[in-house]
Design a protein around this ligand. Structure first.
Ligand SMILES: *Cc1c(COP(=O)(O)O)cnc(C)c1O
Length: 378
């Protein structure tokens, strides 16, 4: 059986976890947490990186720091994970969904302006599959209407837009280190921002509403409750696992890219013959091989192909059911404009096995099964 995903393991994780235990500080903001944030600040040219317990929590922090009030509106694609919306709904926001580009599955930036009202506060581009959204256009709209931009870069860690790391372009960027993502700590994430003005508020929010971060830096001699807050710090043991992965980022990237290229190259004949569509990466984007998806004719064709592959021992999966068609989506949001692609394209998309420890022979087997699919050989 070939799994769809397995958590990445590069080799040094257990050694670093043992070190974290030996350091005698298992709570948040220990040595490995510091190493992880420094690594990201350096590699992504990010000014501030705060490790969090998940990307969902990083998004919650961003929503709070954007000062979302009940009734404010937030624009995002409907084709995304629930957390993108949840984080803002938790603060009372109304979600306004706009359509996507059919090729990248990213938000269609040309549809954003029509969705703006005088209650709009934030635009949330989601970099699907680690392929950048059209950030210049999105940032220009945000500037024109004085809106904040929160990048959901859960899948976009170590991916780039015109040379800039995803997550560092908007006001806030949110990363995920869930076990399904390129670099992992089981559950985890990070909040990224460039503007120093957010630092103090972000630290307080992350540390239960206290100024404990300042205390640890020796800037004050006791810490106290200063504002609203929650607990968004991961344990240093989890950070130790992540640090092993970040150190091996190039190795992980190479491996995933090789799998991506193998799929792209060997499935191309099926695309040429009109049986499938392959993902498109715009000129401006350098992706991180987070995902390999293909699209078939429609929902029925997808169900059949997923079923056929399962019979042959290959787990492939579909992805998001558009949020606007879910019960919560109807309650908390509305779709602005026409749903020309969101529903239709989401029903055709399926994802192939893609993870660091996936064997080459398994990748070859997946491709062989797809090439042998009777319906693609008529
Ligand atoms: C994985 C993912 C999230 C949530 O990440 P967690 O770390 O599991 O909270 C949010 N948005 C997108 C687009 C994701 O892919």
């Amino acid at each position: 059986m070939i799994d769809f995903n397995r958590p990445p393991f590069v080799g040094k994780e257990l050694e670093y976890i043992k070190q974290a235990v030996d350091f005698g500080k298992l709570c948040g903001d220990g040595e490995f947490t510091r190493r992880c944030s420094n690594w990201m600040m350096e590699h992504f040219e990010a000014k501030h990186v705060l490790l969090t317990t998940s990307c969902t929590h990083a998004l919650e922090m961003a929503a709070y720091l954007c000062q979302i009030q009940p009734g404010d509106e937030v624009i995002m694609p409907s084709y995304t994970f629930v957390s993108t919306a949840d984080a803002f709904v938790l603060r009372g926001a109304k979600i306004v969904f706009v359509d996507i580009h059919p090729d990248t599955m990213n938000i269609d930036e040309t549809k954003i302006e029509a969705a703006i009202t005088d209650r709009t506060k934030v635009i949330v581009p989601v970099h699907y599959a680690g392929v950048a959204c059209a950030m210049d256009e999105i940032m220009a709209i945000a500037k024109k209407y004085n809106l904040k931009v929160v990048e959901d870069a859960a899948q976009g860690v170590n991916a780039y837009y015109k040379g800039r790391a995803l997550g560092t372009i908007g006001d806030f960027g949110c990363y995920s280190f869930h076990e399904t993502k390129n670099y992992s700590m089981g559950e985890g994430g990070a909040l990224v921002f460039q503007d120093d003005k957010y630092q103090e508020a972000a630290e307080i929010l992350r540390e239960k509403g206290t100024n404990r971060s300042k205390f640890f830096r020796g800037q004050i001699d006791k810490y106290t409750w200063v504002d609203y807050g929650s607990s968004y710090l991961p344990s240093d043991m989890n950070a130790a696992y992540l640090y092993a992965q970040l150190e091996a980022a190039d190795k992980i990237d190479e491996k995933r890219s090789a799998i991506y290229r193998y799929y792209a190259e060997h499935l191309k004949p099926l695309a040429d013959a009109g049986y499938i569509e392959q993902p498109v990466v715009p000129e401006y984007a350098k992706h991180n091989a987070h995902m390999y998806f293909l699209k078939v004719k429609d929902l029925k064709a997808r169900t059949e192909l997923i079923g056929y592959l399962r019979e042959r021992g290959v787990w492939t999966v579909f992805h998001y059911i558009p949020l606007h068609s879910s019960a919560a989506g109807e309650k908390f949001g509305r779709f602005c404009g026409e749903d020309a692609y969101t529903t239709k394209e989401s029903e055709r998309l399926m994802r192939l096995p893609m993870f660091y420890n996936l064997d080459k022979k398994d990748v070859e087997y997946v491709v062989k099964c797809i090439l042998e699919y009777p319906k693609f050989n008529k």
